[in-house]
Design a protein around this ligand. Structure first.
Ligand SMILES: Cc1cc2nc3c(=O)[nH]c(=O)nc-3n(C[C@H](O)[C@H](O)[C@H](O)COP(=O)(O)OP(=O)(O)OC[C@H]3O[C@@H](n4cnc5c(N)ncnc54)[C@H](O)[C@@H]3O)c2cc1C
Length: 480
């Protein structure tokens, strides 16, 4: 309707319409007509991978990302002397489709060790200096314990095959209702020491206590550890992988600082409303389909029209998450004898305490080393909250933990830098829920033209992010 056509309407109607029009103009909603085939919410691994696969299939996609950077939970911090360490994702596991994607893009990768890590248990260090997981485990437990372990590990492989074939068979359903810890105590036949080994190796993965996840999810988590999948790092830092995928997609197809607030699905397309994080200007984008890849706890902030179905809402509300807190510690290189034997590093070390998993960052300095602490579970929850006091209190707590483990380490510490990912860093499923249950299935189904991806919809970690991207792109390509 033009302003002149308003004149032909009765005066009170035309005045009201004029005011409405004025109001709409002053709110200043801009609308982009069908900007692409697909809109993607979030430029983390899941969103970037979705755009990558769509482009390869000849479809156009535009990513809307609320933060000023790409990568989401893939982030690398850079320091003096070309030092760098990961803030988020530490390693990509073999078998993760992201590794194939990175190979396609010729992103240089490196790998150093297998899936088990050196660890401290009751004050004793068990360094992983062996050629394989089994050889390492033989140095930790007795021959009889090893026999029971091999039998149990074989059973875990069988169970994993069964739970992968959806829907879950009846005999597996009770495994959702019992915690991984209780199930192991009651049925594994493993010695207490071997059970502790399983706990220590797996808890940093789901970043919460093994008493808080279901047995069925414990089985899924064990799968990639037991098979000894190699972990990959991107040479120069994992953020380079995110950048390389973004370069392939094209920077004009990634809109930063765009917080998605509303997603509307109609019979003919989708309408996505964003608020610019700089000037709060609203903008509407239209496309045929939308993929949301936002983390679980952010999905609740988006208003969907029509509203999310009851089972999807329940899936979101009842899933939980593990906590991470990252600390980068710049130390004098003279202290490296604590984590090296004959000049060979046996990092990463699982501290089974406040230090979490101790990784080594990279530096070109001959004088310093960078340690990267992936603190997880209850310690991360404490450090993420104000309960732990200010940064100097966290620093002191960590130095005390170092000193307990490595007497005389304190003077080597030059600087600590902290990074939080709050509130939930990683997906986990509490007892009573599972990534294989029907509520999880509901999130894997599109609602109208809205497709749900992101690590938590599939699996934990970047594996879930990549698998979910493959799933949603496949589903969209099936549409006419
Ligand atoms: C400290 C830490 C260590 C980890 N270590 C490992 C590891 O070693 N191996 C491994 O495989 N995995 C690891 N993970 C997990 C891994 O990082 C994630 O599984 C993966 O990166 C998730 O990718 P994603 O795309 O699903 O989500 P994200 O990376 O979280 O991306 C989602 C994006 O959506 C954006 N967004 C959110 N809400 C909105 C909105 N309303 N509008 C627009 N944009 C929005 C976010 O800003 C973000 O960029 C780790 C995670 C953390 C935090």
């Amino acid at each position: 309707m033009t302003i002149s056509s308003l004149k032909s309407l009765p005066r009170f109607v035309s005045r009201s319409l004029f005011i409405l029009l004025l109001g709409w103009c002053s709110v200043g909603v801009n609308a982009d007509e069908n900007i692409a085939d697909v809109l993607i919410v979030g430029a983390g691994l899941s969103g970037l991978s979705s755009a990558y696969y769509l482009k390869k299939a000849g479809k156009t996609a535009v990513i809307l990302e609320m933060s000023p950077h790409i990568g989401g939970r893939i982030r690398t911090a850079n320091y003096a002397d070309n030092a760098h360490a990961e803030i988020g994702l530490e390693e990509f596991w073999e078998g993760n489709p992201a590794v194939d994607l990175m190979r396609e893009l010729k992103i240089p990768l490196e790998t150093f060790y297998t899936s088990f890590s050196s660890f401290y248990y009751q004050g004793k260090l068990y360094p992983f200096t062996h050629k394989s997981n089994l050889e390492f485990l033989q140095s930790v437990i007795s021959t009889d314990e090893m026999k029971a372990y091999k039998k149990w590990d074989q059973k875990m492989v069988e169970l994993y095959k069964q739970i992968k074939s959806s829907p879950l068979s009846k005999n597996l359903l009770p495994l959702i209702e019992i915690s991984f810890a209780d199930w192991l105590h009651e049925t594994s036949g493993l010695s207490p020491k071997t059970q502790e080994f399983v706990r220590i190796q797996t808890e940093p993965e789901y970043a919460t206590s093994w008493t808080k996840i279901s047995a069925i999810d414990g089985i899924a988590e064990w799968n990639f550890l037991s098979e000894g999948q190699a972990p990959y790092h991107v040479v120069g830092g994992n953020q380079r992988a995110a950048q390389a995928i973004a370069d392939f997609i094209g920077s004009n197809n990634i809109r930063l600082n765009k917080l998605v607030t509303h997603i509307k699905s109609t019979d003919t397309g989708v309408e996505v409303t964003t608020s610019d994080m700089g000037n709060f200007q609203q903008q509407i984008y239209r496309a045929k389909y939308v993929i949301t890849t936002v983390p679980l706890f952010r999905l609740n902030d988006i208003q969907f029209s029509p509203p999310l179905s009851q089972d999807r809402k329940e899936a979101i509300q009842t899933q939980s998450g593990g906590a991470y807190f990252t600390a980068h510690v710049l130390v004098d290189n003279k202290a490296s004898h604590f984590w090296k034997t004959k000049d060979i590093s046996f990092l990463p070390i699982i501290s089974d305490g406040p230090l979490g998993v101790i990784y080594e960052g990279k530096t070109e300095s001959n004088n310093d080393a960078v340690l990267n602490l992936l603190i997880n579970g209850s310690y991360a929850e404490r450090f993420n909250s104000r309960v732990s006091g200010g940064p100097e209190d966290v620093q002191e707590a960590l130095i005390e933990a170092f000193e307990k483990q490595w007497t005389g380490f304190r003077p080597s510490v030059k600087q600590m830098t902290f990074y939080r990912y709050h509130p939930h860093a990683i997906a986990s499923w509490p007892v009573g829920r599972s990534r294989f249950d029907s509520l999880s299935d509901s999130l894997r189904q599109p609602q109208g033209r809205i497709y749900f991806a992101g690590d938590f919809t599939e699996d934990t970690h970047s594996n879930g992010a990549s698998l979910s991207a493959i799933r949603v792109v496949k589903d969209i390509l099936k549409q006419k």
